[in-house]
Design a protein around this ligand. Structure first.
Ligand code: SF4
Ligand code: SF4
Length: 225
């Protein structure tokens, strides 16, 4: 169970280019349970995106966004609208956002920050991973998480050991930042390498934010909200 919360609307809109046609996807699994997914998130995001003067070409809740086969199946049923979309806005944990980016091959903007594992760790049949950093940057990295794809968790580009697409730490292991570069090149978004990104607030990556731990029963209280 990955606990996430919706990002400020201004941050989500700031990741969209003017007039981009948006398809909203929300997870009906963990994210819905923790209040940042499902139909509620879809309605919130659709209104916000429309107010930001972006056409919404489609919206869909998918039961578990960590399952790429399920994403492919559900989106194939609305293929016409998917083809019209220029960008996906995704309300889910970081795993779901990465899975949508991989399946669609389109720019993907996270609508949420992933905070922590709630009580137990989820299991997903895929290679995408989220380190629950609390400040999701997938909008700027082509939907590939730099914290988990690079063994050093580098956030602003490759280290000096990246050579011919391989990571210096393990022969045969692809360099995570090479993957990010290749994805952004495919998407025509290499301009994102030039965007200034402030240092990460590592306090957001504390396993469970103090604001959620008001008493020793913090986990049970959270589900009742
Ligand atoms: S940037 Fe990576 S670790 Fe942080 S929330 Fe997004 S997917 Fe998770
Ligand atoms: S070579 Fe690439 S993946 Fe390996 S540590 Fe350096 S930047 Fe990260």
């Amino acid at each position: 169970m990955l606990v996430s919360e919706l990002k400020p609307i201004g941050e989500i809109l700031g990741s969209l280019r003017p007039g981009e046609r948006v398809f909203v996807v929300a997870c009906g699994g963990c994210a819905q349970t923790t209040g940042a997914g499902g139909e509620k998130a879809i309605q919130t995001l659709k209104s916000a995106v429309l107010e930001g003067e972006h056409p919404v070409v489609g919206a869909l809740e998918i039961p578990f966004l960590c399952n790429k086969a399920l994403i492919g199946l559900k989106l194939s049923r609305v293929r016409t609208t998917v083809d019209k979309a220029e960008v996906f806005v995704v309300a889910s944990c970081g795993v779901g956002v990465q899975a949508v980016a991989t399946v669609t091959g389109k720019p993907t903007v996270p609508a949420s920050n992933t905070l922590y594992y709630g009580a137990f760790q989820g299991v997903w049949p895929a290679e995408e991973r989220c380190a629950r950093c609390g400040e999701c940057v997938l909008a700027e990295t082509g939907g590939i998480c730099p914290l988990t794809v690079c063994p050093k968790g580098l956030l602003h580009g490759p280290c000096g050991g990246s050579y011919q697409g391989e990571c210096e730490l393990e022969p045969g292991r692809p360099c995570g930042w090479q993957k990010i570069y290749d994805r952004l090149a495919e998407l025509g978004r290499l301009d994102l390498f030039e965007k200034f990104r402030p240092p990460k607030d590592r306090r957001r990556a504390l396993d469970v934010p103090l604001s959620r731990r008001r008493t020793t029963l913090w986990d049970l209280e959270f589900w009742e909200e």
